[in-house]
Design a binder for this molecule. Structure first.
Ligand code: AP5
Ligand code: MG
Length: 192
């Protein structure tokens, strides 16, 4: 099973990708988690991307490709993946699916687009800020992340709709309600 979660910050990509990975025994690949681990470990790459991540700007496409390419190929050859947070630009989508995963058996099968109203995104952001204290979860930085999403990531919605891969899911319910809809939308892809 090969799935992409495409949704704005705070919509539940990570929450639902975790559930998909558990249920279908596929690899959950989160570019945000990978980047935050680099920052926390203080690697050279982490130091290079810290400012962009903390301020809610995208890190350069080539950095993302360097971080995810070998993980993608491994996951694709081991039963599949659920991608959370990338590709996030059309350039990343082309680089990943025209180059890294060019093998037809490794391509995306479905794109899950979670639709959540903006005020609910802010409510979730605030709850997480209090619980976890992520540097990019302040109201100002989060608003900037939403703008970056609208400008740089939202064009992927039409791109994948045009390829017949997009399924829109109402992401405003409880995590269980959202998961149920997602499972119904992908279950036919599970091996028998
Ligand atoms: P990233 O980590 O991908 O963050 P994001 O897209 O902004 O999304 P979030 O992780 O904030 O939200 P989510 O959709 O995963 O929701 P979650 O499940 O956590 O990226 C961070 C940064 O890294 C970027 O700004 C950029 O700098 C860099 N980056 C990452 N990828 C990149 C790329 N490809 N290219 C360039 N730069 C990149 O849920 C949110 C909260 O709500 C949680 O507390 C959760 O418990 C709660 N919740 C979830 N579902 C529900 C529900 N149904 N009801 C109530 N609460 C819920
Ligand atoms: Mg996330």
């Amino acid at each position: 099973m090969r799935i992409l979660m495409l949704a704005p910050p705070g919509a539940g990509k990570g929450t639902q990708a975790t559930r998909l990975a558990e249920k279908y025994d596929i690899e959950h690949l989160s570019s945000g988690e990978i980047l935050r681990a680099e920052v926390e470990a203080g690697t050279a790459l982490g130091d290079q991307v810290r400012e962009a991540v903390d301020q809610g700007d995208l890190v350069p496409d080539d950095v993302i490709l360097r971080l995810v390419s070998s993980r993608l190929v491994t996951a694709a050859t081991n039963g599949g993946y659920v991608l959370d947070g990338f590709p996030r630009t059309l350039a990343q989508a082309h680089a990943i699916f025209d180059q890294v995963l060019a093998n037809p058996g490794w391509q995306l099968e479905r794109v899950i687009h979670l639709e959540v109203p903006r005020d609910e995104l802010h409510r979730r952001r605030q709850a997480r800020a209090e619980a976890e204290g992520r540097a990019d979860d302040t109201a100002t930085v989060f608003e900037h992340r939403l703008d970056v999403y609208d400008r740089q990531t939202a064009p992927l919605i039409d791109y994948y709709r045009g390829r017949g891969l997009l399924i829109a899911i109402d992401g405003s319910g409880t995590p269980d309600e959202v998961a149920e809809q997602i499972f119904a939308a992908v279950d036919d892809l599970a091996p028998l």
